[in-house]
Ligand binder design. Sequence first.
Ligand SMILES: Nc1ncnc2c1ncn2[C@@H]1O[C@H](COP(=O)(O)OP(=O)(O)OP(=O)(O)O)[C@@H](O)[C@H]1O
Ligand SMILES: [Mg+2]
Length: 234
Amino acid sequence: MKTILQAENLTKVYRVGSVDVHALRGVSLDVEEGEFLAIMGPSGCGKSTLLHLMGGLLTPTEGRISVDGEDMTAASDARRTDIRRRKIGFVFQRFNLFPTLTAEGNLRLAERIHAGGRDNDKEAEGQRREVLKLLKLEDKMHHKPLELSGGEQQRVALARAVINRPAIILADEPTGNLDTENSAIVLNMFQEMNYRFNQTIVMITHNPEAAAMCRRIVQMRDGQIVAPSTGVQL
Ligand SMILES: Nc1ncnc2c1ncn2[C@@H]1O[C@H](COP(=O)(O)OP(=O)(O)OP(=O)(O)O)[C@@H](O)[C@H]1O
Ligand SMILES: [Mg+2]
């Protein structure tokens, strides 16, 4: 087993006016390659902050993060962006789709960014088709985000995050706004990606059914991990 994501003693303090908000108070977490892990805990306990730190979207106040052996904390902004682009797919709590692009345009953009601006090859096209099929989106490709339902938008956002088969998928409440049917599609997709391609998935969720699919659940409270970060096996 190889540790693909490592957080060591992370703290994060946000400054709001003259007030310090201690969002993380010393979080250490090792994620093994191919794990499907859930992060749970009450609103405001620091889950999104932890996920954003692990994906290099934020820098910690103290502590260290490494992704596939590379130290994200010591890396330059450009280097961090590069690691993220090559290795990580993000599913945000909000969809963040480009409103003026169609679903297909959003996906092609993600592919181009991943390929460093080059046009996609046949392999990318095959991968895209497979992902769209899994997410039941094939007939929605020419819709813009406002012409899609909330569930469909979330599925496009998910397709965008996984289309380049990143080694690591970080998902912030991917089923948060979805009905049962859409949640099942999304969770099934994660299981497939995890099982077939050994992609590592870290998923924040409030949904016990979603968490039950994970091999490990990390519980957070007040900026800390409260349940042991190993050994909680379902
Ligand atoms: N950009 C920010 N500036 C200041 N404070 C912030 C910022 N982002 C988050 N916080 C604060 O940090 C704490 C942790 O927030 P975080 O978003 O990580 O919580 P969460 O566990 O993801 O909650 P939720 O389940 O509601 O999404 C909260 O007290 C929040 O108010
Ligand atoms: Mg959050």
